[in-house]
Design a protein around this ligand. Sequence first.
Ligand code: AMP
Ligand code: MG
Length: 439
Amino acid sequence: MYPYMQTTAHAHHSRMNKISDVVSCLDGYDPKALRVDKAREAIRACLAPVAGRERVATRSALGRVLEQEIVPAFDVPAHDNSAMDGYAVRAADLRAEGESRLKEIGAALAGRPFRGELGAGECVRVTTGAVMPAGADTVVIQEVARVEDGAVVVPPGQKRGQNTRAAGEDLKRGVAVLAPGRALAPADLGLIASLGIAEVSVRRRLRVAFFSTGDELASIGAPLAESQVYDSNRYTLHGMLSRLGVEILDLGVVRDDPVLLEAAFASAAANADAIVTSGGVSVGEADYTKQMMAKLGEVLFWTIAMRPGRPMAFGRIVSGGNAAALFGLPGNPVAVMVTFYQFVRDALLYLSGRTDDFTVPLLQVAASHPIRKVAGRTEYQRGVLFRAGGAWQVRTTGQQGSGVLRSMSEANCFIVLEHERGRVEAGELVQVQLFDGLV
Ligand code: AMP
Ligand code: MG
């Protein structure tokens, strides 16, 4: 039921490993200068996927995490069939040189098989998808055959078995085709449907609570007082969490007040598997949050060697017999998105029970302009991939301040500049992570 425990919280709480013990065992773990890959590793080491499953209609299973193995009960296609419109023939009847003349004895249409069997010198007219008539092994496409004096004339050069599809070439009876732990994509729904399966078993959805912290935040709909800013982080988080397919619980804006924060964390932990907050983790603000969080669970405060997104909190909050993973993201709007995509996405998909490879690929593209970069931290600059002649190149969106949310909106990729790397010259290859793929 919960990320860390499967039955009652208290029974297992005492047996949960302390987060600080787990992370301190990791090679090169340094909370004050934590490398991005180390932070990801540390988070993973402290999480356990949620249990719990439900059955859903195949059509409703899009994006859900499969909980069962899909094993075909029959071959797909069930029979050898024609891949083209034309004539089903016996390759043995075709002459190596010169034309062959065959006698048409019937037709096999998709869904309407030919009941007889081909004898020597005979052929059957077929359409795409028609079951191969008994005796036939090859299809001659209609464009190359011609009918002359009541005979079907086939030119030389045909190959045995051409233009046919073998039974089971798509799915083989008894050979598992989808493994548990995979998020179902459109092709998978079709594949499950091709096996006639109407319902599948999937993991329950992960529940994620989120809220924004900050005395300066106004919610949209309310007037903006001087020195206030509208809370935009809850909207980007809403968008990113929705796309991950988790159940979301929006707990609004919480003032920088220990009592209110404690109440918000307690209610989030009681009702969710994970909590995502923004703001309140920077050095100046973290102190009282730290004390408050220590009461409710165990939370580590990290300085990550990355830009944007240096400060981040990670831990576990326990309330009402439930434990929830906590991701305390920085307040700056771009930092929220970058830390979400680089850490929270991975963690939430793992908690959801995914066991397939959901790493976002890094592709190599030439930079069209020089890019400023300081060695010693991983940078996630906002990039625009664009076509330059025949090839694709990438440029930054310009101003890279962590408060410039417009840069995320203008970008279509992250330019991921590795920890050790310094300045990039025009024409050098850089790694990019695309924002969008196929749906
Ligand atoms: P913090 O991490 O709380 O020190 O916030 C860093 C910066 O991000 C400050 O300029 C905040 O005003 C801004 N900020 C924090 N939370 C939000 C939010 N929910 N929406 C927009 N800006 C925010
Ligand atoms: Mg703040």
